[in-house]
Design a protein around this ligand. Structure first.
Ligand SMILES: Nc1ncnc2c1ncn2[C@@H]1O[C@H](COP(=O)(O)OP(=O)(O)O)[C@@H](O)[C@H]1O
Ligand SMILES: Cc1ncc(COP(=O)(O)O)c(N)n1
Length: 281
């Protein structure tokens, strides 16, 4: 079993952040662990408030995991302030995990900011260079590069510009573009396009968290960046296709149901759960 750590914010409504990451890890067959950086009071509709965990506590959670357990990959999500970023970076330098996927989360799907404006410089200069794969969506790639991204060519130019900031690979995600859901991967040598039809749904809460966590899980299992991205794309599409109509806003991606149903395993899984319940009685 491979072990994968998410360093991110907690979404109490269960659709994004740490909660989406752990569900994705389980469904991708790896053991999931979490370091909580911020607690976010949010739901499918809005963000009510954010409380950051102290840098000391963030650092100690990382110590607790790394001093005891072999970490095969790390996924980094929401880091709201420069102070949160600095402690995470210090610990990454200390523990040097094998694979690091960074999702530079800036806004929730409803537009609420999850990263302070003042954090952008620290994100670019201190955090991004640690990424084996950086997964910005189009608005995030625009903030990082200062470019306007409208066409596929713009996505490729932005990917090139982001690579000069020190990360090894970048995937510009196309969830926010018009037309097909096209993601562009650039590894410094070739561009690879991952393109699927856009699914007509508003239930996309947690898509970016799901996608980046699936990439981290697959890198931990020894896949190349291209293979990991291809599997993660299939995974997120399935999870969006079966997205849940929960709450009043953008509902979450669906992890287990979609996968088990697709594999014809849904009845089997339900039977196993029943058996476990019987034994526990
Ligand atoms: N409506 C959709 N139909 C198909 N794929 C989608 C849709 N929305 C997002 N995706 C895919 O989900 C993944 C996450 O992308 P995106 O939604 O842009 O991330 P974020 O949550 O960071 O904004 C990408 O692979 C993207 O192409
Ligand atoms: C704690 C937390 N982290 C990240 C996101 C963004 O989620 P996504 O871009 O995947 O919809 C979120 N809404 N909340």
């Amino acid at each position: 079993m491979k072990n994968v750590l998410s360093i991110a914010g907690s979404d109490c409504s269960g659709g994004a952040g740490i909660q989406a990451d752990l569900k994705t890890f389980s469904a991708n067959g790896v053991f999931g662990m979490s370091v909580i950086v911020s607690v976010v009071a949010e739901n499918t509709n809005r963000v009510i408030s954010i409380e950051d965990v102290s840098p000391k506590m963030i650092g100690e959670q990382m110590d607790a995991v790394f001093e005891d357990i072999e970490v095969d990959a790390v996924k980094i999500g929401m880091l709201s302030t420069p102070k949160c970023m600095e402690v995470v970076v210090r610990k990454l330098e200390q523990y040097k995990p094998k694979h690091i996927v960074i999702d530079p989360v800036m806004y929730a799907k409803n537009g609420c900011p999850l990263m302070e404006e003042s954090s952008l410089d620290t994100l670019i200069s201190k955090v991004l260079p640690f990424a084996e794969v950086l997964t910005p969506n189009i608005p995030e790639a625009e903030k990082i590069t200062g470019m306007k991204i409208q066409s596929v060519d713009d996505m490729e130019q932005a990917a090139k510009a982001i690579l000069t900031l020190g990360c090894k690979g970048v995937i510009i995600k196309g969830g926010h573009r018009e037309g097909s859901a096209l993601d562009v991967l650039y590894d410094g040598e070739v561009f690879t396009h991952f393109e699927t039809e856009r699914i007509a749904t508003k239930h996309t809460h947690g898509t970016g968290c799901t996608f980046s966590s699936a990439i981290a899980a697959q890198l931990a299992k020894g896949r190349s960046i291209r293979e990991a991205t291809s599997i993660a794309k299939t995974y997120v599409i399935t999870a969006i296709t079966h997205g849940l109509n929960i709450g009043k806003g953008c509902g979450p991606t669906n992890h287990f149901y979609a996968l088990y149903k697709k594999a014809g395993l849904l009845n089997h899984v339900n039977e196993i759960v029943e058996e476990i319940v019987e034994v526990a009685k």
